[in-house]
Design a protein. Structure first.
Length: 284
């Protein structure tokens, strides 16, 4: 058992929330002509709180399912350290404050942030036990942080620039190989909660093929900023090296289709996305 203060921290999934903030801030700096520290602070605070609230509400809804899985059974709600009411009040406060900070960035930033929270909690979460298409639905709120950061950096807040959509596309496609590899090596644990989120609902050749295919799509998307002249040859070179590494790891997974290879691919995906995002940010 652990303290209530630690329980509230666990409820936010703070490490995941910080990764989301990273994507938003990098996208903002990439798009903005003159990034402002004040906006970065507002964006980071608001983005973290909205993401943390989404994670908290997700755990509240999936309390019974979390209790069945080894990887989640010691979360605050299944253990009874926090009640649903405490989680709801905590989440509501974070939504209000987080939306306000995003509003200080721009109205469109706040709107997209609020929509991403609604999609994650009220579409993705209930669909997880019904269909593997939940992964597709969840990819939208999962990629919206890049759009939140990008539109914040735009001079014209009324339209979403094409470059912003490219950043969104990269993170959108990235989530498929990233999440499917996670679902692969956690297959038995997810099954305890009736979560079958691989493309074919099981660990088979088709699911492995889809992971390989979407990795190829991801690499193609990562090249688009160069082909549309947003970045130079130096950035392309770094993205190519990272992409060859990712593709090789994906090939090994597809060949052996083992949990160990899935874990290695999962870790490679985690490194690949921020590396590509930082490389694009340099505009070299």
């Amino acid at each position: 058992m652990y303290s209530k203060s630690k329980a509230f921290l666990i409820l936010t999934k703070h490490k995941l929330s910080l990764l989301v903030v990273f994507s938003a801030v990098v996208s903002y700096v990439t798009i903005a002509d003159k990034p402002e520290w004040r906006i970065i602070l507002f964006l980071s605070t608001g983005g973290f709180l909205i993401t943390a609230a989404s994670n908290s509400l997700n755990q509240m809804i999936e309390k019974n399912e979390d209790a069945k899985m080894e990887r989640t059974k010691e979360r605050p709600l299944p253990l009874g350290i926090l009640s649903n009411i405490e989680a709801l009040l905590f989440s509501t406060g974070m939504i209000i404050v987080g939306t306000y900070f995003l509003y200080l960035c721009a109205l469109l930033t706040a709107i997209i942030g609020f929509i991403s929270m609604l999609m994650y909690v009220f579409l993705y979460t209930p669909l997880k036990q019904k269909t593997p298409w939940a992964v597709f639905v969840g990819a939208f709120p999962g990629a919206l942080p890049t759009l939140i950061g990008a539109v914040t950096g735009q001079e014209n807040q009324n339209n979403v620039e094409f470059f912003s959509w490219l950043l969104f596309l990269i993170q959108f496609i990235w989530q498929f190989p990233h999440f499917w590899t996670l679902a692969w090596f956690n297959y038995e644990d997810y099954a305890r909660a009736d979560f079958y989120l691989l493309p074919n609902k099981k660990r088979d050749h088709f699911s492995a093929f889809m992971i390989f295919t979407y990795t190829v799509f991801l690499i193609a998307a990562a090249m688009l900023p160069y082909f549309f002249h947003y970045v130079g040859e130096m950035s392309l070179s770094i993205v190519l090296i990272a992409s060859v590494t990712l593709l090789f790891q994906t090939f090994l997974f597809y060949k052996y289709q083992s949990d160990s290879m899935a874990k290695k691919l999962f870790k490679t995906c985690i490194v690949y996305l921020p590396l590509v995002q930082l490389t694009i940010m340099t505009r070299l």
